[in-house]
Design a protein around this ligand. Structure first.
Ligand code: CDP
Ligand code: MG
Length: 159
């Protein structure tokens, strides 16, 4: 039940200087940061990360976007972490993402707007969509020696 999941703060989050506020949301719910780094990924890494979307019309725009500036990659750990993080992040389309979610609170792109402009949906953040995706993505972004084991106070009060 204790899971790890990958979170990537995309270039729009970094350039809008929202990283602190976004990371705080994961910490305050009690998720444990077990890995964190800033990276400026190349096209090859981006294409691997988004391989499942390679046939989609938005693929090239998405690769251009995610490689347009530095990102912050992190691995967090907690109970049902994969679905918990998706709940905090909100829907893929910021316009339909509920208030209170990260995408709903800090962004408002719609599919109609970005598809018309042939650009990627700027939704601030990537989060693994399933346990299988999380395992694959964590090994793409982090080596084992970049992930840490330690105790948080939540392990006394929550787990
Ligand atoms: O990120 P998430 O798992 O919520 O969505 P996805 O369906 O796996 O799509 C990956 C990313 O592609 C999204 O986060 C958007 O940035 C982008 N995308 C887009 O630019 N245009 C679309 N019509 C759909 C997705
Ligand atoms: Mg996805």
């Amino acid at each position: 039940m204790i899971e790890k999941t990958l979170i990537v703060l995309k270039p729009d989050a970094v350039e809008r200087q929202l990283c602190g506020e976004i990371i705080q949301r994961f910490e305050r719910v009690g998720l444990k940061i077990v890995g964190l780094k800033m990276m400026w990924i190349n096209k090859k890494h981006a294409e691997k990360h988004y391989a499942a979307h390679s046939s989609k019309s938005f693929f090239n725009g998405l690769v251009d976007f995610i490689t347009s500036g530095p990102v912050i990659a992190m691995v967090v750990e907690g109970i049902h972490a994969v679905s918990l993080v998706r709940k905090l992040v909100g829907d893929t389309e910021p316009f339909s993402s509920a208030p209170g979610t990260i995408r709903g609170d800090y962004s408002h792109h719609s599919y109609e707007y970005t598809d018309n402009k042939h650009i990627a949906i700027k939704n601030l953040i990537h989060a693994s969509g399933s346990k299988e995706e999380a395992e694959k993505e964590i090994s793409l972004w982090f080596s084992p020696d970049e992930l840490f084991e330690y105790s948080t106070v939540h392990e006394k009060h929550v787990f």
